[in-house]
Design a protein around this ligand. Structure first.
Ligand code: NAP
Length: 609
């Protein structure tokens, strides 16, 4: 595999005019109800979360017992935690997972067209350990799921898994110094340690459109696809909907991937679009056997660093882009411009550098808008499909089939941006801009509880530490942690995800960093004969200060973005989807954590037995 060349981007003559257009498009979509516009998949909508369309639930006897470590979640994050625990010599653990197998998002999300939107060589974990190499740069959903199963087998984790099990409550019991865990299967588990590996996309959400319960036809959420209704599989071939009129609400990553398959299979497809996505070329390529044969141990680490530099830092002079996709296009183009103008000195001035980066972003965005014109034949439809916001305000998508779908005679695109979304759902269909579209099935490609409040995301009640204090209350005014993983008052409880830690281009790499640290702390506590480990209030306070003092100010960027889950639907003081990252960067945090571990004194932690 070769490093790649910069792309040809048009000059943006009047960047300020475009900037104003971006702001106007944002304002058009801002809603007062922000995150509250979505309804939870609980109560009347619980089947969108708890029901498993993929695997029948096997009855089992409830468990009543003590376990050393419970890992909540059997996706990649949970599997990585299991791997690191094993490496640290801890084998008494259980993985509790709502799905019927390992895989997390890759277990649940099987909608037609599902394919990873990020470099698989960086993203799929434990490649070197399992001796596996992805078949192509962007793995399809089944390859990711199969890899999770492969990792599960490699770790011998199947014997430790409790599938089809949903943790309902988590309560610290001071007397027994354990977490009491209740599940939907009637289990009573007492765990010494708990590691939360729920991942950001664990819980689907639905748009709170008036009348959503009135619809008499069929409904599907992309994260719980119903192939009995549509026919086909995650590669397409939806052969049971030839006589069906289908509506899709949502044109983010999931919607964009499913829409071409629905259009091919359905009698008619109506796509309700509030905000268009940036749709980049996918240009997937099979894994080059020569490249595969040339890989030396540590290759993945090197590749991940290169990806990180393009996305969360910047290249050094002479460094090339080995990732070569939409995530790296702006940086690749900027590096080429700096090479051509001998302009690397600009890096010394962060303000100047940010301006150059922004200008490059505008050029790439313009290229993608021109791509819409070159593919979509009807100019009005093409206009509606053009996004106007900074590229990373929303997740960019990669697809070669999506835009041509709108040239099909059986596809209608309905722009619902002026009304800030679909107006109403009736018994018969969907109302937008005053028109009722009668349909047989509505597909909700409406995403997940990602930046909504933590109680919505986790759906665990109560989640209570010492003296019954709720973690939701503890974090109510912002995260409070040491190293992004532990909180005062919540002994032996470890969080993972976008909280107050390091952020890098591949989420799994972040999970690895967190799991390394968690496994070290649990093992170190056990070696010292401690049964309880907890950060002091002072250590937590210090970490919050460290995070806030080193914060990279992205207020302008986030505030100017069109609403979406990245910026908590534009809510002021809302959660940013990357949490509160450690400003000096992922690799600086790696060094800090390593030094902390090397010191061996568990500074900031209270240990008791
Ligand atoms: P999403 O990005 O949150 O998209 C939700 C969609 O629903 C948006 O287009 C939203 O419009 C629309 N919507 C919500 N309420 C609406 C209303 N009342 N009327 C009309 N439209 C409405 O969800 P997602 O596509 O499932 O993706 C979520 C995340 O999962 C992605 O960003 C990505 O991180 C991950 N994911 C990754 C992959 C991959 O790697 N291949 C695939 C799928 C998902 P607005 O944009 O206007 O809010």
């Amino acid at each position: 595999m070769q490093p790649c060349e910069p792309t040809n981007t048009p000059e943006v003559v009047d960047q300020e005019a475009l900037h104003q257009k971006y702001l106007a498009e944002r304002d058009k979509r801002l809603r007062r109800d922000g995150q509250r516009q979505y309804v939870e998949t609980g109560d009347d909508f619980a089947e969108f979360y708890e029901a498993d369309p993929h695997t029948p639930v096997t009855p089992r006897t409830p468990i009543d017992g003590d376990i050393e470590v419970v890992i909540l979640g059997g996706g990649f994050s949970g599997l990585i935690a299991a791997h690191r625990l094993q490496q640290a010599g801890i084998t008494d653990f259980r993985i509790v997972e709502l799905g019927g197998d390992f895989g997390g998002v890759w277990y649940w999300n099987r909608y037609p067209g599902i394919q990873i939107d990020s470099d698989a060589y960086c993203y799929l974990p434990l490649l070197e350990e399992t001796g596996y190499l992805p078949k192509e740069k962007f793995s399809h959903g089944d390859e990711c799921y199969e890899h999770a199963q492969r990792v599960g087998r490699h770790l011998g984790a199947y014997e430790k898994a409790l599938f089809h099990t949903l943790i309902r409550s988590l309560e610290w019991d001071e007397e027994i110094q354990r977490w009491r865990i209740a599940t939907n299967r009637g289990d009573t588990i007492r765990a010494r340690f708990v590691i939360m590996c729920q991942g950001p996309y664990n819980r689907p959400k639905l748009p709170g459109i008036p009348g959503i319960s009135d619809f008499r036809g069929h409904t599907i959420h992309t994260a719980r696809w119903d192939f009995d209704y549509t026919g086909g599989n995650l590669h397409g071939g939806l052969d049971r909907i030839a006589d069906k009129r289908i509506a899709v609400i949502g044109t983010g990553s999931s919607g964009v991937q499913a829409i071409p398959h629905l259009a091919r299979g359905a009698k008619h497809l109506t796509v309700f679009q509030r905000t268009p996505s940036y749709v980049f070329e996918r240009s997937d390529s099979p894994t080059d056997p020569e490249w595969a044969a040339s890989l030396k141990p540590g290759w993945r680490e090197e590749r991940q660093r290169n990806f990180h530099n393009a996305t969360f830092a910047f290249y050094s002079p002479g460094e090339q882009d080995w990732i070569c996709d939409a995530w790296t296009e702006v940086s690749r183009n900027l590096a080429a411009r700096l090479n051509a103008t001998d302009g690397w000195g600009a890096l010394a001035d962060p303000v100047k550098f940010a301006e150059m980066h922004e200008a490059e972003d505008y050029r790439v965005a313009e290229r993608i808008r021109q791509r819409v014109d070159s593919v979509v034949t009807d100019p009005k439809t093409a206009e509606v499909l053009k996004p106007y916001f900074r590229i990373l305000c929303k997740r960019p998508v990669f697809n070669d089939e999506y835009l041509p779908t709108f040239n099909r005679p059986n596809v209608t695109l309905v722009d619902v941006s002026d009304a800030k979304g679909v107006e109403r759902i009736t018994e018969r269909g969907v109302v937008a801009n005053g028109i009722e579209y009668e349909v047989d099935c509505i597909v909700f490609a409406s995403g997940f509880e990602i930046t909504s409040s933590l109680d919505r995301q986790l759906a665990i009640q109560p989640l209570a530490g010492r003296e019954g204090r709720s973690l939701y209350d503890h974090w109510d005014k912002g995260f409070r942690t040491l190293h992004g993983i532990m909180s005062h008052g919540f002994p032996n409880y470890f969080s993972t995800g976008f909280i107050q830690g390091g952020v890098t281009a591949s989420t799994t790499k972040m999970f690895e960093q967190q799991a390394d640290h968690i496994a070290y702390i649990i093992a170190a506590a056990k070696t010292r004969g401690a049964t309880v480990v907890e950060p002091t209030a002072e250590a937590e306070e210090n970490w919050i200060r460290t995070i806030r003092e080193n914060r990279i100010d992205n207020t302008r960027f986030v505030g100017e973005c069109t609403p979406g889950y990245y910026n908590s639907e534009g809510e002021t003081n809302g959660r940013f989807f990357l949490g509160e990252p450690y400003g000096p960067g992922f690799y600086a945090l790696e060094e800090l954590l390593q030094n902390w571990r090397d010191a061996g004194d568990l500074a900031g932690l209270d240990l008791t037995s």
